[in-house]
Design a protein around this ligand. Structure first.
Ligand SMILES: [Zn+2]
Ligand SMILES: [Zn+2]
Length: 351
Protein backbone atom coordinates (compact mmCIF):
# COMPACT_ATOMS: atom_id res chain seq x y z
CA UNK A 1 0.00 0.00 0.00
CA UNK A 2 1.04 3.61 -0.43
CA UNK A 3 2.20 5.77 2.47
CA UNK A 4 3.99 9.08 3.11
CA UNK A 5 7.33 8.42 4.79
CA UNK A 6 9.73 10.72 6.63
CA UNK A 7 12.89 9.86 4.68
CA UNK A 8 15.27 12.47 6.15
CA UNK A 9 14.52 15.36 8.47
CA UNK A 10 13.95 18.51 6.41
CA UNK A 11 14.26 16.67 3.08
CA UNK A 12 11.21 16.08 0.86
CA UNK A 13 8.85 13.45 2.24
CA UNK A 14 8.54 10.32 0.10
CA UNK A 15 5.48 8.48 -1.16
CA UNK A 16 6.47 4.82 -0.85
CA UNK A 17 5.05 1.33 -1.03
CA UNK A 18 5.04 -0.18 2.47
CA UNK A 19 3.65 -3.45 3.87
CA UNK A 20 -0.01 -3.47 4.87
CA UNK A 21 -0.60 -3.54 8.64
CA UNK A 22 -2.03 -6.61 10.38
CA UNK A 23 -4.15 -6.47 13.51
CA UNK A 24 -2.54 -7.29 16.88
CA UNK A 25 -4.79 -9.27 19.23
CA UNK A 26 -5.88 -6.01 20.92
CA UNK A 27 -5.78 -3.89 17.74
CA UNK A 28 -7.71 -3.09 14.61
CA UNK A 29 -6.73 -2.19 11.06
CA UNK A 30 -8.54 0.83 9.65
CA UNK A 31 -8.96 1.80 5.98
CA UNK A 32 -8.25 5.52 5.90
CA UNK A 33 -11.07 7.73 4.67
CA UNK A 34 -9.49 11.10 5.53
CA UNK A 35 -6.54 12.44 7.51
CA UNK A 36 -5.84 16.04 8.47
CA UNK A 37 -2.48 17.72 7.83
CA UNK A 38 -1.13 19.36 10.98
CA UNK A 39 1.76 21.52 12.15
CA UNK A 40 2.80 18.59 14.35
CA UNK A 41 3.56 16.69 11.13
CA UNK A 42 5.70 19.62 10.10
CA UNK A 43 7.54 19.61 13.46
CA UNK A 44 8.20 15.87 13.03
CA UNK A 45 9.46 16.37 9.50
CA UNK A 46 11.79 19.16 10.64
CA UNK A 47 13.23 16.90 13.36
CA UNK A 48 12.05 19.08 16.23
CA UNK A 49 11.51 17.78 19.74
CA UNK A 50 14.92 16.31 20.55
CA UNK A 51 15.08 18.77 23.48
CA UNK A 52 12.30 16.78 25.18
CA UNK A 53 13.43 13.40 23.83
CA UNK A 54 10.56 13.47 21.35
CA UNK A 55 12.25 13.53 17.95
CA UNK A 56 10.43 11.44 15.35
CA UNK A 57 12.84 8.95 13.71
CA UNK A 58 13.41 8.66 9.98
CA UNK A 59 11.44 5.92 8.26
CA UNK A 60 8.27 6.96 10.08
CA UNK A 61 4.92 6.92 8.27
CA UNK A 62 3.38 10.26 9.29
CA UNK A 63 -0.30 11.21 9.70
CA UNK A 64 -2.20 11.40 12.99
CA UNK A 65 -5.65 12.94 12.35
CA UNK A 66 -7.52 10.07 10.72
CA UNK A 67 -11.03 8.83 10.27
CA UNK A 68 -11.73 5.53 8.59
CA UNK A 69 -13.54 2.22 8.52
CA UNK A 70 -12.43 -0.82 10.50
CA UNK A 71 -11.44 -3.67 8.15
CA UNK A 72 -9.75 -6.16 10.50
CA UNK A 73 -10.25 -6.79 14.22
CA UNK A 74 -7.91 -8.55 16.68
CA UNK A 75 -9.24 -11.52 18.68
CA UNK A 76 -9.29 -9.65 22.01
CA UNK A 77 -11.09 -6.50 20.83
CA UNK A 78 -14.56 -6.10 22.36
CA UNK A 79 -15.99 -2.68 21.52
CA UNK A 80 -15.14 -2.21 17.83
CA UNK A 81 -16.32 -4.33 14.89
CA UNK A 82 -15.48 -4.67 11.20
CA UNK A 83 -17.34 -1.94 9.30
CA UNK A 84 -17.38 0.56 12.19
CA UNK A 85 -16.40 4.09 11.23
CA UNK A 86 -13.94 5.35 13.83
CA UNK A 87 -11.93 8.39 14.84
CA UNK A 88 -8.59 7.85 16.55
CA UNK A 89 -6.87 10.27 18.95
CA UNK A 90 -3.24 10.88 18.03
CA UNK A 91 -2.15 9.99 21.57
CA UNK A 92 -2.52 6.20 21.72
CA UNK A 93 -3.02 4.97 25.28
CA UNK A 94 -2.31 1.50 26.68
CA UNK A 95 -5.46 1.59 28.82
CA UNK A 96 -3.73 -0.02 31.79
CA UNK A 97 -1.30 2.42 33.45
CA UNK A 98 -2.17 4.59 36.49
CA UNK A 99 -2.85 7.65 34.28
CA UNK A 100 -5.23 5.64 32.08
CA UNK A 101 -7.01 4.16 35.10
CA UNK A 102 -7.45 7.72 36.41
CA UNK A 103 -9.12 8.72 33.12
CA UNK A 104 -6.11 10.69 31.87
CA UNK A 105 -5.42 8.55 28.81
CA UNK A 106 -3.98 11.59 27.01
CA UNK A 107 -1.12 11.47 29.53
CA UNK A 108 -0.68 7.68 29.39
CA UNK A 109 2.65 6.52 30.78
CA UNK A 110 2.89 3.77 28.17
CA UNK A 111 1.66 5.95 25.35
CA UNK A 112 2.81 6.05 21.81
CA UNK A 113 1.62 8.57 19.25
CA UNK A 114 0.07 7.63 15.93
CA UNK A 115 2.33 8.71 13.10
CA UNK A 116 5.15 9.70 15.47
CA UNK A 117 6.31 6.46 17.11
CA UNK A 118 8.01 3.69 15.10
CA UNK A 119 5.60 1.16 16.62
CA UNK A 120 2.63 3.26 15.41
CA UNK A 121 2.89 3.98 11.66
CA UNK A 122 0.56 6.83 10.80
CA UNK A 123 -2.45 7.44 8.61
CA UNK A 124 -0.95 9.16 5.59
CA UNK A 125 -1.45 5.67 4.22
CA UNK A 126 -4.19 3.56 2.72
CA UNK A 127 -4.53 1.65 6.01
CA UNK A 128 -3.24 2.03 9.55
CA UNK A 129 -3.19 -0.01 12.76
CA UNK A 130 -4.74 1.08 16.05
CA UNK A 131 -3.32 -0.67 19.15
CA UNK A 132 -5.48 -1.14 22.28
CA UNK A 133 -8.47 -0.47 20.05
CA UNK A 134 -11.01 -0.70 22.89
CA UNK A 135 -9.39 2.48 24.26
CA UNK A 136 -8.18 4.22 21.10
CA UNK A 137 -10.72 3.57 18.34
CA UNK A 138 -13.82 5.65 18.98
CA UNK A 139 -16.92 4.79 16.87
CA UNK A 140 -18.42 7.87 15.20
CA UNK A 141 -22.10 8.73 15.33
CA UNK A 142 -23.91 8.75 11.98
CA UNK A 143 -23.73 11.81 9.81
CA UNK A 144 -20.32 13.23 10.76
CA UNK A 145 -18.52 14.14 7.54
CA UNK A 146 -15.05 12.82 6.81
CA UNK A 147 -13.44 16.25 6.90
CA UNK A 148 -15.15 17.14 10.19
CA UNK A 149 -14.09 13.85 11.75
CA UNK A 150 -10.53 14.28 10.47
CA UNK A 151 -10.19 17.24 12.84
CA UNK A 152 -11.19 15.20 15.85
CA UNK A 153 -8.03 13.19 16.30
CA UNK A 154 -5.89 16.17 17.17
CA UNK A 155 -6.55 19.87 16.77
CA UNK A 156 -10.23 20.05 17.69
CA UNK A 157 -10.03 17.81 20.74
CA UNK A 158 -6.81 19.49 21.87
CA UNK A 159 -8.49 22.90 21.74
CA UNK A 160 -11.60 21.60 23.50
CA UNK A 161 -9.69 19.93 26.32
CA UNK A 162 -7.42 22.97 26.79
CA UNK A 163 -10.27 25.47 27.02
CA UNK A 164 -13.01 23.45 28.66
CA UNK A 165 -11.08 21.18 31.03
CA UNK A 166 -7.67 22.80 31.59
CA UNK A 167 -8.59 26.51 31.58
CA UNK A 168 -12.28 26.10 32.47
CA UNK A 169 -13.31 28.77 29.96
CA UNK A 170 -17.01 29.51 29.94
CA UNK A 171 -19.80 32.03 29.71
CA UNK A 172 -18.66 35.64 29.60
CA UNK A 173 -14.93 34.87 29.58
CA UNK A 174 -12.69 36.74 27.19
CA UNK A 175 -10.38 34.17 25.54
CA UNK A 176 -7.32 35.44 23.66
CA UNK A 177 -6.18 32.88 21.08
CA UNK A 178 -2.72 33.69 19.76
CA UNK A 179 -1.89 31.89 16.52
CA UNK A 180 -4.75 31.02 14.18
CA UNK A 181 -3.56 27.82 12.55
CA UNK A 182 -5.72 24.71 12.84
CA UNK A 183 -5.74 24.40 16.62
CA UNK A 184 -6.13 28.16 17.11
CA UNK A 185 -9.08 28.39 14.74
CA UNK A 186 -10.61 25.36 16.46
CA UNK A 187 -10.17 27.15 19.79
CA UNK A 188 -11.95 30.24 18.47
CA UNK A 189 -14.92 28.15 17.41
CA UNK A 190 -15.01 26.18 20.65
CA UNK A 191 -14.63 29.25 22.88
CA UNK A 192 -17.60 30.79 21.11
CA UNK A 193 -19.62 27.58 21.59
CA UNK A 194 -18.75 27.61 25.30
CA UNK A 195 -20.27 31.10 25.57
CA UNK A 196 -16.95 32.92 25.79
CA UNK A 197 -15.78 35.85 23.66
CA UNK A 198 -12.78 34.69 21.60
CA UNK A 199 -10.24 37.30 20.49
CA UNK A 200 -8.27 35.87 17.57
CA UNK A 201 -4.66 37.01 17.14
CA UNK A 202 -2.33 36.35 14.20
CA UNK A 203 0.03 38.26 11.91
CA UNK A 204 -1.78 37.13 8.74
CA UNK A 205 -5.09 38.58 7.56
CA UNK A 206 -6.45 35.44 5.86
CA UNK A 207 -6.73 33.29 9.01
CA UNK A 208 -8.09 36.28 10.93
CA UNK A 209 -10.87 36.57 8.35
CA UNK A 210 -11.62 32.87 8.78
CA UNK A 211 -11.65 33.39 12.56
CA UNK A 212 -14.13 36.24 12.21
CA UNK A 213 -16.38 34.01 10.09
CA UNK A 214 -16.27 31.17 12.61
CA UNK A 215 -17.01 32.91 15.88
CA UNK A 216 -14.30 35.42 16.86
CA UNK A 217 -15.67 38.40 18.81
CA UNK A 218 -12.67 40.42 17.65
CA UNK A 219 -9.55 39.90 15.56
CA UNK A 220 -6.18 41.56 16.12
CA UNK A 221 -3.21 41.62 13.77
CA UNK A 222 -0.14 41.46 16.00
CA UNK A 223 1.95 43.18 13.33
CA UNK A 224 -0.35 46.21 13.42
CA UNK A 225 -1.33 46.64 17.06
CA UNK A 226 0.04 46.10 20.57
CA UNK A 227 -2.11 43.07 21.34
CA UNK A 228 -1.92 43.01 25.17
CA UNK A 229 -2.64 46.77 25.35
CA UNK A 230 -5.56 46.44 22.95
CA UNK A 231 -7.05 43.45 24.81
CA UNK A 232 -6.85 45.40 28.07
CA UNK A 233 -8.40 48.53 26.52
CA UNK A 234 -11.28 46.78 24.83
CA UNK A 235 -11.99 43.91 27.19
CA UNK A 236 -10.22 44.69 30.46
CA UNK A 237 -7.80 41.86 29.74
CA UNK A 238 -8.35 38.20 28.90
CA UNK A 239 -9.67 35.68 31.40
CA UNK A 240 -8.02 32.90 29.42
CA UNK A 241 -5.18 33.04 26.91
CA UNK A 242 -3.87 30.32 24.61
CA UNK A 243 -0.59 30.13 22.70
CA UNK A 244 -1.65 27.94 19.81
CA UNK A 245 1.62 28.31 17.89
CA UNK A 246 4.47 27.80 20.35
CA UNK A 247 7.13 30.51 20.40
CA UNK A 248 8.62 32.95 22.91
CA UNK A 249 6.80 35.77 21.15
CA UNK A 250 3.34 34.20 20.91
CA UNK A 251 3.61 32.87 24.45
CA UNK A 252 4.45 36.31 25.79
CA UNK A 253 1.73 38.03 23.78
CA UNK A 254 -0.78 35.59 25.23
CA UNK A 255 0.35 35.82 28.86
CA UNK A 256 0.68 39.62 28.74
CA UNK A 257 -2.92 39.85 27.53
CA UNK A 258 -4.28 38.23 30.69
CA UNK A 259 -6.37 40.10 33.24
CA UNK A 260 -5.72 39.64 36.95
CA UNK A 261 -6.63 36.08 37.96
CA UNK A 262 -6.36 34.83 34.38
CA UNK A 263 -5.18 31.46 33.12
CA UNK A 264 -2.81 30.85 30.23
CA UNK A 265 -2.93 27.46 28.54
CA UNK A 266 -0.01 26.40 26.35
CA UNK A 267 -0.91 24.16 23.42
CA UNK A 268 1.68 24.96 20.74
CA UNK A 269 5.06 23.25 20.84
CA UNK A 270 8.20 25.25 20.18
CA UNK A 271 10.62 24.99 17.26
CA UNK A 272 14.34 25.46 16.68
CA UNK A 273 14.37 29.07 17.92
CA UNK A 274 13.17 28.30 21.44
CA UNK A 275 13.89 24.59 21.86
CA UNK A 276 11.31 24.07 24.56
CA UNK A 277 12.19 27.06 26.77
CA UNK A 278 10.65 30.54 26.99
CA UNK A 279 10.93 33.35 29.54
CA UNK A 280 8.21 33.54 32.16
CA UNK A 281 7.27 36.92 33.74
CA UNK A 282 7.21 35.50 37.26
CA UNK A 283 6.79 38.81 39.12
CA UNK A 284 3.64 39.55 37.16
CA UNK A 285 2.40 36.00 37.83
CA UNK A 286 2.64 36.81 41.53
CA UNK A 287 1.21 40.32 41.33
CA UNK A 288 -1.72 39.40 39.12
CA UNK A 289 -2.51 35.87 40.38
CA UNK A 290 -1.89 34.33 36.96
CA UNK A 291 -1.86 30.61 36.20
CA UNK A 292 0.20 29.03 33.42
CA UNK A 293 -0.91 25.55 32.37
CA UNK A 294 -0.15 23.10 29.59
CA UNK A 295 -2.57 20.79 27.83
CA UNK A 296 -2.21 17.90 25.36
CA UNK A 297 -4.89 15.92 23.55
CA UNK A 298 -8.09 14.76 25.22
CA UNK A 299 -9.15 11.57 27.01
CA UNK A 300 -11.23 9.43 24.61
CA UNK A 301 -14.23 9.31 27.01
CA UNK A 302 -14.84 13.01 26.32
CA UNK A 303 -15.55 12.45 22.62
CA UNK A 304 -19.24 12.19 23.55
CA UNK A 305 -19.15 15.90 24.55
CA UNK A 306 -17.68 16.85 21.16
CA UNK A 307 -20.14 14.67 19.26
CA UNK A 308 -23.01 16.32 21.16
CA UNK A 309 -21.74 19.81 20.30
CA UNK A 310 -21.44 18.82 16.63
CA UNK A 311 -24.92 17.25 16.59
CA UNK A 312 -26.39 20.38 18.21
CA UNK A 313 -24.76 22.57 15.57
CA UNK A 314 -22.73 24.45 18.20
CA UNK A 315 -19.47 23.66 16.44
CA UNK A 316 -18.61 22.65 12.88
CA UNK A 317 -15.05 21.33 12.63
CA UNK A 318 -15.51 20.97 8.86
CA UNK A 319 -15.91 24.75 8.52
CA UNK A 320 -12.17 25.16 9.05
CA UNK A 321 -11.26 22.86 6.17
CA UNK A 322 -10.06 24.98 3.28
CA UNK A 323 -8.69 22.28 0.99
CA UNK A 324 -9.01 18.58 0.22
CA UNK A 325 -5.88 17.00 -1.21
CA UNK A 326 -4.47 13.63 -2.31
CA UNK A 327 -1.90 11.52 -0.48
CA UNK A 328 0.70 12.45 -3.11
CA UNK A 329 0.20 16.14 -2.26
CA UNK A 330 1.27 15.77 1.39
CA UNK A 331 5.00 16.49 0.86
CA UNK A 332 4.21 19.81 -0.89
CA UNK A 333 1.50 20.83 1.56
CA UNK A 334 3.82 20.28 4.54
CA UNK A 335 6.53 22.26 2.77
CA UNK A 336 4.05 25.13 2.43
CA UNK A 337 3.84 25.23 6.23
CA UNK A 338 7.48 26.33 6.38
CA UNK A 339 6.37 29.63 4.83
CA UNK A 340 3.10 29.76 6.81
CA UNK A 341 1.44 29.53 3.39
CA UNK A 342 -1.52 27.44 4.50
CA UNK A 343 -4.76 28.91 5.81
CA UNK A 344 -7.24 26.86 7.80
CA UNK A 345 -7.04 23.08 7.67
CA UNK A 346 -6.07 20.86 4.74
CA UNK A 347 -7.28 17.27 4.72
CA UNK A 348 -6.17 14.28 2.68
CA UNK A 349 -9.26 12.63 1.20
CA UNK A 350 -7.74 10.71 -1.72
CA UNK A 351 -5.55 7.68 -1.00
ZN1 LIG B 1 -2.34 17.28 14.68
ZN1 LIG C 1 -1.82 4.32 30.05
Amino acid sequence: MRAVVLAEHGEPLELRDVPEPEADPDGVVVETEACGICRSDWHAWQGHGDWVDDRVPTGQVLGHEPVGTVREVGADVETVAVGDRVVVPFSLADGTCPACRAGRQNYCEGATALGFGPEAPGAFAERFHVPAADVNAVPLPDGVSAVAAASMGCRFVTAFEALDATADAGGGDVVAVVGCGGVGLSAVQIASALGAAPVAVDVREAPLELAAETGAAATLNADAVDVPARVRERFGGADVSMDALGSAETFRTAVDSLASGGTHVQVGLTGDDDRGEVDLPVDRLVQADLTVAGSRGMPPRRYDDIFAMVAAGQVDPGALVTDRVALADVPDRLAAMSEFDTVGVEVVTEF
